[in-house]
Ligand binder design. Structure first.
Ligand SMILES: [Zn+2]
Length: 543
């Protein structure tokens, strides 16, 4: 990788907003390149451009086969009637469909540069979704061989070149192939042939494939995912770091009278209303679409489908900007069980996501926590590693006062806290550490309580979350057993059960764990805490 053609503007999880710089202008990412049929195109390129697609993709192999002379004479932009960036595919997909193509890797490289493609692909050998291991391995080796040969025929003055990574569902092959990308001077990496896997709604496998390739590559390389065009899956792929997509789904679904929505796909005949406000759906009711002649109907549905895809792309970009991509994934994971599975698969890569996720941005948005799955979002995992791996309490054999379920945030700004600190000060009690037991986060020591997102979150939780949180608290006290000689759990009466569970877990580590329940005034609570701290407690466990 040599040329700097990609600029990252913003990030969320491992997803990014960026710009790919081509000879015909910048392409804002994440985005999708609609597949344009050079022979017969139902939706005009002007309409596609006006919907918001800045770049398109077409097939150089078909162009070469059917209109080579014209393409070479006019150049691809004039031929297609599109002044923006044009991506060309090489015929690799045709190999997958028909087994072979009658063009050599050299010919298609030279042809793509000669017609002026802005982004082009070498003639790879797609693995597909059904190949056995040995066959998959061969497709990888052969694609690498072709990638090396093809370099000799590239002028690379205007065209950006895609290095296709193959290997299908075999992750060791994908990783091996992706590492080759680091050795060869290509501009963009693509992950090949997920189409057959996507057709089976096997999103989880694609998650593994993307994560495997992305973990090998530096962030500076843009990554393209071939043939994945359903908006349902776009947020998940983007979250892992895919920048561009291409798909003919808008027209293929339209021909099948299916409408694409960010949440799924519906058949026209099943719709009594269309839950969409695009220009097509604003103008026509389902019945009117049904009554149109077929060509007109296909065109209208295709336009709707393009709007739906662009709507989701914009939604994803805005989520990256707000740093709320995780929230979008949680929402979208409920659209289909296979997406829910994809989401849980993505959680396996939480360390990778945390590495790339900007924990806080200049413009801070609070986070929402719903259930045990929310525990894996990077803000929480980041806090856990900060608490358990990097944070060290400064006291020795001191007393920990742990408040359970303090809802006011942050602790250090509450009247309660300030009064206790003042009282401890007055009595010259120094070896005392105040902290909160906070669902999802575990233990929040007073020094950390103002860090993001401890005060910037809204939550709902259940016993599963509380048990997980207790485990985090246990780990904290285990790691810092020398810091404390006594722990005082301060809790309102209704949460006594929670305090008892916590006590049960910490007792084996630090024998002296007491529970103080309270229901009286602030000053009475404080004096009770003080008497515990001073060690002259009359062993009243309740006020
Ligand atoms: Zn619509």
């Amino acid at each position: 990788m040599i040329r700097e053609i990609f600029e990252i503007k913003d990030k969320s999880l491992a997803g990014r907003i960026g710009e790919i710089i081509t000879a015909h202008g910048k392409i804002r990412t994440p985005t999708l390149f609609p597949v344009i049929n050079p022979i017969r195109q139902e939706v005009s390129l002007e309409v596609i451009k006006n919907i918001g697609f800045e770049a398109i993709i077409t097939n150089a192999y078909i162009l070469k086969k059917h209109m080579e002379k014209e393409a070479l004479e006019k150049g691809i932009h004039k031929l297609m009637g599109f002044e923006g960036p044009i991506v060309t595919d090489s015929g690799g997909y045709q190999i997958l469909e028909y087994g072979r193509v009658d063009v050599t890797p050299e010919e298609i490289v030279i042809f793509q540069e000669n017609i002026g493609s802005d982004i082009a692909v070498i003639l790879d050998v797609p693995t597909g979704g059904y190949a056995g291991y040995e066959e998959a391995k061969w497709t990888v080796e052969e694609t690498i061989r072709r990638a090396i040969i093809s370099l000799k025929f590239m002028k690379k003055d205007k065209t950006l070149w895609i290095f296709p990574v193959q290997g299908g569902k075999y992750l060791d092959l994908l990783e091996y192939h992706a590492r080759k990308a680091l050795e060869l001077p290509y501009d963009i990496v693509s992950i090949g042939s997920p189409t057959q896997i996507l057709e089976k709604y096997d999103y989880a496998t694609i998650i593994h494939m993307i994560a495997t390739v992305k973990k090998v590559l530096p962030p500076s390389i843009p990554v393209h995912l071939f043939g994945a065009g359903h908006p349902m899956f776009i947020p998940f792929a983007v979250a892992l770091g895919v920048d561009t997509f291409d798909s003919a789904s808008y027209i293929l679904y339209a021909k099948d009278e299916r409408l694409i929505f960010p949440h799924g796909t519906m058949r026209l005949k099943e719709l009594s209303e269309i839950p969409c406000s695009c220009p097509i759906c604003s103008k026509f009711a389902p019945q009117e679409l049904m009554e149109m002649n077929k060509d007109e109907r296909i065109k209208c549905i295709a336009i709707h489908n393009l709007y739906a895809i662009m709507q989701e792309i914009r939604r994803v970009r805005q989520a990256i900007k707000e740093n709320t991509l995780w929230d979008l994934l949680e929402e979208r994971s409920r659209c289909h069980p296979s997406l829910f599975k994809a989401f849980k698969t993505l959680i396996q890569y939480k360390k990778y996501l945390e590495q790339h996720h900007p924990i806080s941005k200049a413009e801070v948005h609070g986070i929402f926590l719903y259930d045990i799955l929310s525990i894996h979002r990077p803000e929480i995992t980041y806090y856990h590693s900060r608490l358990l791996d990097n944070y060290k309490p400064t006291l020795h054999k001191g007393i920990a006062i742990v408040f359970l379920n303090i809802e006011e945030k942050p602790l250090t700004r509450t009247e309660f806290y300030m009064n206790i600190r003042e009282a401890l000060e007055k009595n010259n009690l120094k070896n005392v550490h105040i902290m909160v037991f906070m669902p999802y986060f575990g233990i929040v020591p007073e020094e950390l309580c103002e860090t993001f997102p401890l005060s910037q979150h809204e939550k709902e939780y259940d016993d599963i979350v509380l048990n997980y949180t207790i485990d985090i608290a246990e780990e904290y006290f285990r790691k810092n057993a020398n810091a404390y000689s006594k722990i005082l759990l301060v809790v309102i009466e209704k949460d006594i059960k929670l305090a008892e569970s916590l006590q049960k877990k910490i007792r084996p580590i630090l024998g002296n764990v007491e529970i103080l329940t309270y229901k009286k005034t602030l000053s009475e609570v404080i004096s009770e805490i003080l008497s515990h701290v001073m060690g002259n407690s009359t062993v009243r466990s309740s006020l």
